[in-house]
Structure formats: structure tokens, C-alpha cells
Ligand binder design. Structure first.
Ligand SMILES: [Zn+2]
Length: 202
């Protein structure tokens, strides 16, 4: 996968607005038990999540299909467990290229290498709906994680996947994309978000 993969990607495509791929697949969990995606300033989003342990197998098996369903429904291309109120080191990613599904589950992920070369790209987040900003991150990262079956995996990624991995792993440490931008821009986004969420409630 090259950087070309994201060259044509326009603002807002990242995590925020994707073509609607709402699932009707029963294996993805029905709307009845759909997880609610928390928004800023929910304190869970700021917590350092705990690693998934041996005893979490059932919870993970239950959670993963529901997180995927919530991500597809949002719609988004990544969702971390803290975003649905669970402070666990687990996230799901699916870039849904050409509208094809290829879900990736990352458990206890860690970035073991990052390029010194960085690049800016616009990001959004389901926990900051409608807000976007250019975020500078390492261009390439290598991530070690456990997959859904508990098998050890390693992936080196640039482009949208590399960015998505970094964004989701940040969530597990209570970090949001707005933490990577200037305080001025961050405060502007947070004010705008609070206002839009208030308007939605009202
Ligand atoms: Zn996010």
C-alpha cells in the first residue's frame, strides 16, 4: 500500500464520513444492542485503557462484532473500545476500500517502530463528530498486536492504515487527535463541538 492510496482522499473521509454501509447482517449484532459511541468530554475517552487479559476472552468475543456494527453504522473506519465506554486495549479498523469489508481487530497493540519522516493529513473522529483538523504523524509505523484469535501479528503500514492505527492506539492511551494540534485550534474545535452537541440535544 502506498501513500497514493490516500492522495485522493478528501477531507472528512477519514473516520468521519464514509459511504453508508449500514449492516443488516445478523452476525454483526442487531440495532437492538447497538453500542453507543461516546463523545467528548466523556471521561472514559481520557483514561489509559487496561490491557486485554486471559480472562477477557468472552468479553472480547461479545464486543468485537458489536463494535464493528457500531463502526459500520456510524459510519467510520476505526473504533476503539474506550469510545464505546470500555477501557480496554482493543480497537477495530476497516478501511472499506471500494466498499468491501475487511475488518481488522487489534488487541493490546503497540507501535514498535515509527518513521522519523512525518506527514500531515486531515483526521476526524467519531467521538468528535463533524470536527476535522490536519494532524502531523509519522509516515510509517510498525504495530504489534494480537488478532481476534489471540495470534501475534505485526503490520507495517503507511497511508490511511498507518494513520488509522496511530489514531486508534492513541485512543487506548486517552489521547485524541486534537491533542496533536495547537491549543488555539483545539479550543476552537472543542467549542464548536460543544455547541453542535448542545444544538443536537436541544
Ligand atoms: Zn477517534
Amino acid at each position: 500500500m502506498g501513500v497514493d492510496g490516500i492522495a485522493g482522499l478528501r477531507a472528512g473521509r477519514y473516520l468521519g464520513r464514509m459511504p453508508d454501509v449500514t449492516t443488516t447482517d445478523a452476525t454483526m449484532g442487531g440495532t437492538a444492542d447497538r453500542l453507543r459511541i461516546l463523545t467528548v468530554p466523556d471521561p472514559v475517552l481520557r483514561r489509559v485503557a487496561r490491557p486485554v487479559g486471559e480472562g477477557d476472552g468472552d468479553a472480547v468475543r461479545n464486543l468485537v462484532p458489536r463494535m464493528l456494527a457500531a463502526m459500520y453504522a456510524a459510519p467510520g473506519i476505526g473504533l476503539a473500545a474506550p469510545q464505546v465506554g470500555l477501557s480496554l486495549r482493543l480497537a477495530v479498523i476497516d478501511l472499506q476500500r471500494d466498499d468491501a469489508r475487511a475488518p481488522m481487530v487489534i488487541i493490546n497493540p503497540s507501535i514498535i517502530a515509527a518513521s522519523t519522516e512525518t506527514e500531515p493529513h486531515e483526521e476526524g473522529c467519531l467521538s468528535l463528530p463533524g470536527q476535522f483538523a490536519d494532524v502531523v504523524r509519522p509516515r510509517v509505523v510498525t504495530v504489534r498486536y494480537l488478532d481476534e484469535a489471540g495470534a501475534r501479528q505485526e503490520v507495517t503500514a503507511d497511508g490511511l492504515l498507518g494513520r488509522c492505527l496511530q489514531h486508534e492506539i492513541d485512543h487506548l492511551d486517552g489521547v485524541l487527535f486534537v491533542d496533536h494540534i495547537s491549543a488555539l485550534k483545539r479550543n476552537m474545535i472543542l467549542r464548536r463541538l460543544a455547541k453542535s452537541l448542545r444544538a443536537k440535544e436541544g
